[in-house]
Design a protein around this ligand. Structure first.
Ligand SMILES: Cc1ncc(C[n+]2csc(CCOP(=O)(O)OP(=O)(O)O)c2C)c(N)n1
Length: 249
């Protein structure tokens, strides 16, 4: 199949702002699905609420756009009802890690066979750029005008605290790596979580002094690098995969 087959063209253009990172991740997901030649009838996409969550309506497959924070339990229900389906969750950090955080802990702990693509723009983008659990310390947001005084949640630590786990960090700039990572996540038989480092120019980036999506892309390019060592946890600015399969040995 061609990547264009996975997109609902009649819904274009998307409601994402010019320069938004979500479109890039959406397109790389379509590329990865085409690379796997996955039939639309063999997969489904589930999204929660938020700008990232709008993606469910743009994939040309059966998909569900569910209430805020509830993408994982709905995805799990679909997987349990039809285990042959590849179930992909495409949603934001606020949805998956903030309001849906408890579902995340337990879906990962139970190793539910889902591929989760989390757009981490470090804010609640759709509602105006409030501080999220992923917001870096010191970052100015709508609700932390003097800078966040909290440490961001350690998503990698949370996922990899489970004996069997698959966690990846990718970025909206490093697209070849992102596409390979999404493919590996969909193929992994268990809970696979891709943290995609992204950005929100309109509701977050401008407060930080960025003038365009391009400037924020350059920031990702300069900030994040592929992991330097082959094993072990990723450093905070490293991209790569951390996995452990205790069923394989
Ligand atoms: C139960 C509930 N609480 C709050 C909201 C308001 N709300 C809508 S989108 C959103 C933030 C989504 O943030 P994120 O998942 O990071 O997605 P982004 O928009 O940044 O892509 C919030 C808080 C809601 N719709 N429902």
């Amino acid at each position: 199949m061609n990547y264009k087959d996975y997109i609902k063209w009649e819904r274009m253009p998307t409601n994402w702002c010019p320069g938004c990172a979500i479109g890039t991740v959406f397109k790389q997901t379509a590329f990865a699905l085409a690379d796997m030649d996955l039939a639309a009838s063999d997969m489904t996409v589930v999204s929660g609420i938020g700008c990232s969550g709008r993606a469910a309506g743009y994939f040309n497959v059966d998909s569900v756009h569910v209430t805020h924070g509830r993408a994982l339990p709905v995805a799990e229900g679909i997987k349990r009802a039809n285990p042959k389906l590849k179930v992909i969750v495409f949603s934001g950090d606020g949805d998956l890690v903030g309001i849906g955080g408890n579902h995340l802990i337990h879906a990962a702990r139970r190793d539910v066979d889902l591929a989760v693509i989390c757009i981490n723009n470090a804010t609640y983008g759709m509602t105006g750029g409030q501080m999220a659990p992923t917001t870096p310390t010191g970052a100015k947001t709508l609700t932390s005008p003097h800078g966040s005084s909290y440490a961001p949640i350690n998503i990698q630590g949370l996922i990899t605290s489970n004996r069997r786990h698959w966690f990846a960090r990718a970025s909206a700039f490093h697209v070849a790596h992102l596409q390979r990572t999404i493919r590996e996540a969909v193929e992994w038989p268990g809970f696979a979580f891709v943290e995609v480092m992204a950005f929100c120019v309109e509701n977050f980036g401008r407060r930080l002094g960025f003038k365009s999506g391009h400037e924020m892309l350059v920031n990702l390019k300069e900030g994040f690098k592929p992991r330097s060592g082959p094993e072990g946890p990723l450093g905070p600015l490293e991209l790569g995969v951390v996995k452990h399969d205790d069923q394989a040995s």
